[in-house]
Design a protein around this ligand. Structure first.
Ligand code: HEM
Length: 207
């Protein structure tokens, strides 16, 4: 896995991950005879690819502190491109939602404004984080604003994933699995942060 990751880095890693999302989406749409159902399946599938990419970016630095390895270090180094691939996967999620709304006129009227709030706030942060993921824009807003947007954004997205999976548990008990994975990822990130702070305050004890 690490060897594969190190062969693809930076924009080539982003392109590979985005291509895989596109191929998966095209296959789902092509293989399902019912286009409406196909769009819905592809919405679910892109939510899952986004979830996997988000988890990698969300836990990368915690893993690098808690279980240092060349793989966790590679994840930290490639975090920006994994994050951009997450944004791409969620762009496809949004395009499919739009398509599904066109194909099924009952979709939008069947949703409430309150029900759309978590996803919309999630998308607002995805846009802000994507726009500020480039050297020029980072320099423009400054390090502090960048940190505020990206730290808040990661926690907002973690909350949206937790909620999105939790609310589906009554529909299928299988949603306990992604819900549990998200809770574990939150615990890993918090423990990683505490360990990082301890390392910084007592550098010799960890030497
Ligand atoms: C207003 C914006 C959004 C709308 C309208 C929306 C709509 C949908 C729809 C229609 C589904 C498929 C439901 C089903 O067939 O059961 C879905 C699945 C999902 N979405 Fe979104 N979504 C939005 C934003 C987001 C965001 C920002 C996230 C995460 C950061 C997210 C995460 C998920 C998850 C985790 C699933 C479940 C996938 C699964 O079945 O495993 N969505 N969304």
């Amino acid at each position: 896995m690490n060897a594969q990751l190190s062969r693809f880095h930076g924009w080539s890693l982003f392109s590979l991950l985005s291509l895989l999302v596109l191929v998966m989406t095209a296959l789902i749409l092509a293989l399902n005879p019912d286009l409406v159902e196909a769009a819905r399946s592809a919405i679910r599938a892109t939510a899952r690819t986004s979830f996997a990419l988000f988890l990698a970016a969300f836990t990368a630095s915690a893993f690098a502190v808690l279980v240092p390895s060349s793989f966790s270090k590679t994840l930290v180094r490639e975090r920006r491109f994994i994050g951009l691939a997450f944004a791409f996967s969620h762009l496809v999620h949004a395009l499919l939602i739009y398509t599904y709304g066109q194909l099924n006129p009952e979709f939008w009227p069947g949703r409430t404004t309150v029900g759309n709030i978590p996803g919309s706030v999630g998308y607002l942060f995805i846009v802000l984080m994507t726009l500020t993921s480039f050297k020029a824009t980072t320099r423009l807003i400054g390090r502090r604003a960048w940190r505020t947007i990206h730290v808040c954004g990661m926690w907002v997205l973690a909350a949206v994933f937790t909620y999105s999976n939790f609310k589906r548990i009554p529909l299928s008990a299988w949603y306990v699995v992604p819900f549990g994975i998200m809770c574990a990822a939150i615990a890993i990130r918090v423990i990683g942060k505490v360990a990082q702070m301890q390392k910084r305050s007592h550098p010799r004890a960890h030497a």
